[in-house]
Design a binder for this molecule. Sequence first.
Ligand code: HEC
Length: 160
Amino acid sequence: MGVEEKFKQSVKGIHSLLAILLIGFISVLTILFFTVKDLASPTTNTPVISPDYVEVLGNEEDLDKIENGIHVRTGFVEGEGLMLVVQNCTSCHSAKLVTQNRMSKEKWLATIRWMQETQNLWDLGVNEEPILKYLSTYYAPNQIGRRANLENVEWYHLNE
Ligand code: HEC
């Protein structure tokens, strides 16, 4: 092999080395990008307070104000177990995610188990039962938005 040939080969070698380094560098950047993005995601333990109320509410006491049977800060219906639900169910996501749902007790329990298995929800301990009772009482299926069945209807036949 001549000197020129050797030189060409080593240039080729350097080129592939550079290409591998570049691919590695891009991969590391991509991984870093997604990690940092995850770290900055809103799943933190800071309580979610609607910005609408932050201005209105001056002190701690007002944070748990109840008006017309509604816990103002979260929108939860007033009832036994309310504060347990406020304390345990609003730190990761908005209370809206809870209040927009209607479920049976079994479904609420299944949702809680799902969050415990996949979303780091803690063991609710002795609070689990009162929380389930509150949810299945005030956020039960078809509690609102569905009229009662019609009774004693006199049906008639359409003439064709
Ligand atoms: C440790 C964090 C955490 C806590 C505390 C928490 N959740 Fe969740 N929950 C999540 C995450 C994460 C999701 C998925 C959010 C999404 O899909 O955007 C979720 C989703 C939900 C959903 C929607 C489920 C669906 O099928 O779409 C409901 C309902 C819910 N949570 C209710 C509750 C209730 C009730 C409590 C209190 C017992 C609670 N959460 C406490 C993390 C939490």
